[in-house]
Design a protein around this ligand. Structure first.
Ligand code: ADP
Ligand code: MG
Ligand code: MG
Length: 252
């Protein structure tokens, strides 16, 4: 069964330490949410997990089924089953969405096990329909000129097609109106299974009304300072973050 363990993870940007020792354990079937004020390191965690070159991991491990992702390059992490939807997806001129998706799927499946073109197109069309995406987006350059909401749906399209073991979604709810949010949440919920774990990073509780987490973690100043169940997210929605700071004696 899927088992993802982040242990003592520290990361810096330009020699400034942002992540100060993150510990999270996710088992297949579980949905974990990370909430926290702006600037506390949530996206840094996502970027460090992906292996973004700007973020230097200085200590700690993140193992997926016993293999340390931090020892792998970004492609290998994806092949191992890690999927990340970034807060700000990149635009890639000259590469169409469908070309990008097909090579990502084939990289994940490995040499000698490539998906046939027919099967790929059929799957992509079905998933795009599920997400209420205009079919023309298959042939547009990756994220180029996509609206915020279109980029988010496109990230979810990639998730649906890549069959990852661990899904990390960084503010997938930002820029989505309520109808798009419901579509995205339905896509995520359709992927919930015993074989897969989720780490959902969000600033707002609203998303968690549609994707019910099993565990909620609060991140502040580069640390997980509090963990609980869904009721923790509701309290944060009603009362903000100040009570957590007071409880922990955090001054900012
Ligand atoms: P969050 O996602 O919780 O809002 P971030 O991880 O984006 O927080 O940012 C954490 C801290 O790291 C902030 O102080 C931010 O200014 C800094 N930071 C993030 N990305 C960069 C970057 N590329 N260059 C310099 N500083 C950065
Ligand atoms: Mg932010
Ligand atoms: Mg962020």
């Amino acid at each position: 069964a899927t088992h993802f363990v982040i242990e003592g993870l520290k990361a810096s940007i330009e020699d400034k330490e942002i992540l100060k020792g993150i510990n999270i354990e996710i088992k297949g079937g579980e949905v974990h949410a990370i909430m926290g004020p702006n600037g506390t390191g949530k996206s840094t965690l996502a970027s460090a997990l992906m292996g973004h070159p700007k973020y230097e991991v200085t200590e700690g491990t993140a193992t997926l089924d016993g293999e340390d992702l931090m020892e792998m390059d970004t492609d290998e992490r994806a092949r191992a089953g890690l999927f990340l939807a970034m807060q700000y997806p990149s635009e890639i001129a000259g590469v169409t969405n469908s070309d990008f998706l097909r090579s990502a799927i084939n990289a994940r499946r490995g040499e000698g096990n490539e998906i046939s073109l027919i099967k790929f197109i059929r799957q992509m069309e079905a998933k795009m329909k599920e997400l209420d995406m205009n079919p023309e987006f298959a042939h547009r350059y990756l994220n180029e000129g996509f609206s915020g909401g279109e980029k988010k749906r496109n990230e979810i399209l990639q998730m649906l097609m890549l069959d990852p073991k661990i899904v990390v979604l960084d503010e997938i709810d930002s820029g989505l109106d309520i109808d798009a949010l419901k579509i995205v949440a339905a896509g995520v919920n359709s992927m919930r299974s015993e074989e897969r774990g989720f780490l959902i990073i969000t600033h707002y509780q609203r998303l968690l009304n549609y994707i019910k987490p099993d565990f909620v973690h609060v991140m502040m100043q580069g640390r997980i300072v509090k963990s609980g169940g869904p009721e923790l997210a509701e309290r944060l929605e009603n009362e903000g973050y100040d009570w957590v700071k007071e409880e922990l004696g955090i001054v900012d």
